[in-house]
Design a protein around this ligand. Structure first.
Ligand SMILES: Nc1nc2c(ncn2[C@@H]2O[C@H](COP(=O)(O)OP(=O)(O)OP(=O)(O)O)[C@@H](O)[C@H]2O)c(=O)[nH]1
Ligand SMILES: [Mg+2]
Length: 445
């Protein structure tokens, strides 16, 4: 395994108070020792002030703070030095160049975390959580990623894995005593134990749709008749005037998509053209686009203007055609003589907006809200396919037993189910899985 010293800027380039540079690998302390005056590898985990100089010219680059983390008690499990330099356009780059001149190699994206993984400091799920934490845009994403980083999902899978192994042992016991009529283990006991494990795998798998939605953001499409106040609501939910609002029906033509955090959850908001039977060519195209978005939506927000609550045939037809859940809202309630039957909102007075936000979060992420932050959730297609495989093997095992297949042969399905969970945790991870994960990482992480 490669453990040559690598270096990278761990903070984004540009003007800033400080920048952090990381060096990791066998010989990292020698590399840093050539650039820092003084450098104390024998005083680990202490922040010490030093001059950073170029190893060849001895010219001073910066005045820095550095801390040494000897292996294995470091992020990567190797010898690591973290150096805080001044920020800005020049110094961090020059400092990295000095460390390269002293013998370090510029790191690949995610190379530090990859080494942490290979050295057993993190499992694959934790490495994924690290990327999710950095990419988090909504508090719910941060909470979920932190739980996963704390091994919430890993320990649930490990527990599942040992239950599976216990079940396998039960079956093995059965195999070892084939001469007894009923076998030493009653079929009812085998079925009950099988069902318990199967249900736990299925319960975890059931979190996948909303878990994946949490990583990507729920696609929320705002629809309704022209002039219903869709764009006004879009802007209000977004917190900025992004879409054009006028009193002219048919103002919005192109669908407008924007990322928004609503009640702490991530959404991809889409404002669409008002739904009506239009003769206008451009508007017609806009309505066709709206229809496509409605087809792909995770959730639809249907707007109806106050006084038109009964709805129009066109919107009804659109909504009937989409598979996603629909949240209905009556807009412009500040103009209403009496309060509406359903949920009313006004962007003029702000009435109903908080209730609407809560309702949208509930509709898109209700299952996650009910689970709370403690219960583990799967958030990637990779997790889903591995669990589906485990579940499939469990079912194949049962079917094989039902068919009277020899117990030892049926048990190979249990082995395969354990293998699927191992892949998920990342016990043995093929290089291409790692390559795909770390390609999306920042350099320096
Ligand atoms: N009084 C009041 N007027 C509103 C409210 N929301 C929107 N309006 C007005 O209603 C008109 C239409 O608003 P838009 O947000 O453009 O409506 P839309 O549904 O996007 O319309 P199209 O894009 O044409 O389909 C504008 O004149 C807005 O100022 C509200 O809560 N109260
Ligand atoms: Mg509009």
């Amino acid at each position: 395994m490669l453990s040559d010293p690598i270096v990278a800027l761990a903070t984004p380039p540009g003007r800033s108070a400080i920048a952090v540079i990381r060096v990791s690998g066998t010989g990292a302390f020698d590399v840093v020792g050539r650039c820092l005056r003084p450098f104390h590898a024998d005083r680990p985990r202490a922040a010490l002030r030093a001059r950073l100089v170029h190893p060849a010219t001895h010219e001073q680059v910066d005045d820095v703070i550095a801390a040494a983390f000897p292996a294995p008690r470091s992020y990567t499990g190797e010898d690591v030095v973290e150096i805080s330099t001044h920020g800005g356009l020049l110094i961090p780059g020059e400092a990295v160049a000095a460390l390269v001149a002293a013998g370090a190699r510029p790191a690949q994206p995610g190379e530090f975390t990859r080494r942490a993984l290979l050295n057993g400091k993190l499992d694959l799920l934790q490495a994924e959580a690290t990327a999710d934490l950095i990419d988090a845009g909504a508090p719910a994403q941060r909470r979920r990623a932190l739980r996963q980083l704390e091994r919430g999902l890993s320990s649930r899978l490990e527990a599942l894995r040992s239950e599976l192994l216990e079940f396998e042992a039960l079956i093995a016991y059965d195999i070892d005593f084939p001469e007894e009529d009923e076998g030493p283990v009653s079929p009812a006991r085998v079925t009950a134990a099988w069902r318990a494990v199967r249900e736990r795998i299925a319960a975890l798998l059931a979190t996948a749709p909303e878990g994946e939605r949490l990583r990507e953001g729920a696609l929320l499409v705002i629809a309704g008749p022209p002039n219903a106040g869709k764009s006004s609501l879009f802007n209000a939910l977004l917190g900025q005037e992004r879409a054009i609002v006028t009193e002219v029906p048919g103002t919005t033509r192109d669908a407008i998509e924007a990322y928004a955090v609503i009640a702490g959850f991530p959404f991809r908001l889409v404002d669409t053209a008002g739904l009506r039977d239009s003769g206008d060519r451009v508007e017609k195209i806009g309505i066709a686009v709206a229809r496509q978005y409605l087809g792909a939506a995770d959730l639809v927000l249907l707007c109806r203007e106050t006084g038109c609550e009964t709805g129009d045939a066109e919107s009804e037809r659109f909504v009937a055609a989409c598979r996603a859940p629909v949240v209905e809202v009556v807009t412009k309630v500040d103009l209403a003589a009496r309060s509406p039957d359903g949920l009313g909102v006004s962007i003029v007075t702000g009435a109903g907006l908080d209730t609407l936000r809560a309702r949208l979060a509930e509709a898109a992420f209700g299952r996650l809200l009910a689970l709370g932050d403690v219960e583990p959730v799967v958030t990637r297609a990779r997790h889903r396919t591995a669990l589906e495989r485990a579940l499939g093997e469990m079912d194949d095992f049962y079917a094989a037993r039902e068919r009277g297949v020899d117990a030892a042969a049926a048990a190979t399905h249990l082995r395969a189910a354990v293998g699927a969970l191992d892949d998920l945790i990342g016990a043995v991870t093929p290089d291409d899985v790692l390559d795909r994960l770390f390609a999306s990482f920042c350099v320096g992480k």
